[in-house]
Design a protein around this ligand. Structure first.
Ligand SMILES: Nc1ncnc2c1ncn2[C@@H]1O[C@H](COP(=O)(O)OP(=O)(O)OP(=O)(O)O)[C@@H](O)[C@H]1O
Length: 274
């Protein structure tokens, strides 16, 4: 994916200024920056949720921003979104929520009637199993914890059979343990399925732990783009617009409190069954 000069203006506010970068497939990218830096707007433009003011996003030789109608719809299906607030249907059971990810793969009539095939059901169950929450399949989504709901949202994204996953602050509403489980899930999907994952994160330590590459945004501009290991304290100061007194701890979710192995134990060892 080659992004060139991607810009979004809301009236007099330029939320994203001429963002230019390319993402080789597959890569796990963390976008960091303080609140209002333009991270959400950038992701939303990629997925067409927010129309870009200027710029191009080229994949396989075509500019996806110029897509309309069915082609645009297909592109939105190709880049599954995950949101901070999960965006599940609270009163529907978990399995149905996950199968909703299949809807836009079918024609309008089948979608309207929510007609799911056996294959849709099996696929949704496999995704839930993979995320370690198959036992909750028949519970209403609203009965689950935040971390479980986010795993349902990831399972729904997987059943969409996407080319990439765009996650907008997926752990911002979660406790540290749930946050680790969700980030481990995204990492596992990236590694095992070879999917690109682009993830907006508030916290530096999360980006360093899970992402290969970090893009730092400040006031709408990309001010850093490099390997996660290159995000030094000085770079972090530049991204967060902070002075010498800057303490990385203020961007931390204290993930160190939870051993990564402990969090990963919550996920089913899918490799073993694959
Ligand atoms: N729909 C909108 N209308 C007007 N201004 C907007 C809109 N969406 C975002 N903005 C503005 O664009 C800028 C970037 O916002 P954006 O939400 O992309 O930042 P962010 O880095 O994702 O912040 P946060 O982490 O708080 O979500 C901000 O100044 C914001 O107020």
């Amino acid at each position: 994916m080659q992004v060139t000069g991607l810009t979004k203006r809301f009236g007099s506010v330029t939320a994203v200024k001429a963002a230019t970068f390319s993402v080789p497939t597959p890569q796990m990218v963390g976008i960091i920056g303080r609140s209002g830096a333009g991270k959400s707007t950038l992701l939303r433009m990629i997925n067409h949720l927010t129309p870009a003011t200027e710029g191009r996003i080229v994949i396989d030789g075509r500019d996806v921003l110029s897509l309309r109608g069915r082609a645009r719809h297909d592109w939105q299906r190709d880049c599954a979104m995950i949101f901070q607030q999960f965006n599940l249907v609270p009163r529907l059971d978990v399995l149905t929520n996950v199968m909703l990810g299949r809807l836009n793969r079918h024609g309008t009539v089948r979608s309207l009637l929510k007609m799911f095939s056996r294959e849709d059901i099996a696929r949704a169950l496999r995704a839930l199993e993979r995320l370690g929450i198959a036992e909750q399949a028949m519970q209403r989504a609203e009965e689950l914890s935040g971390g479980q709901q986010q795993r349902v949202a990831i399972a729904r994204a997987l059943t969409q059979d996407p080319r990439m996953i765009l996650a907008d602050e997926p752990i911002a509403s979660l406790d540290p343990m749930s946050a680790q489980i969700v980030m481990s899930s995204l990492r596992e999907i990236h590694e095992r399925d070879g999917l690109t994952v682009i993830c907006n994160l508030h916290t530096l330590d999360t980006a360093r732990t899970y992402c290969d590459r970090v893009i730092g945004m400040r006031a709408g501009e990309i001010v850093f783009d490099g390997p996660a290991s290159a995000v030094t304290t000085d770079v972090a100061r530049e991204i967060y617009g902070a002075d010498e007194s800057f303490d990385e701890g203020v961007t931390s979710t204290s993930l160190d409190d939870v051993p990564r192995a402990e969090a990963e134990a919550y996920l089913r060892p899918v490799q073993a069954s694959a």
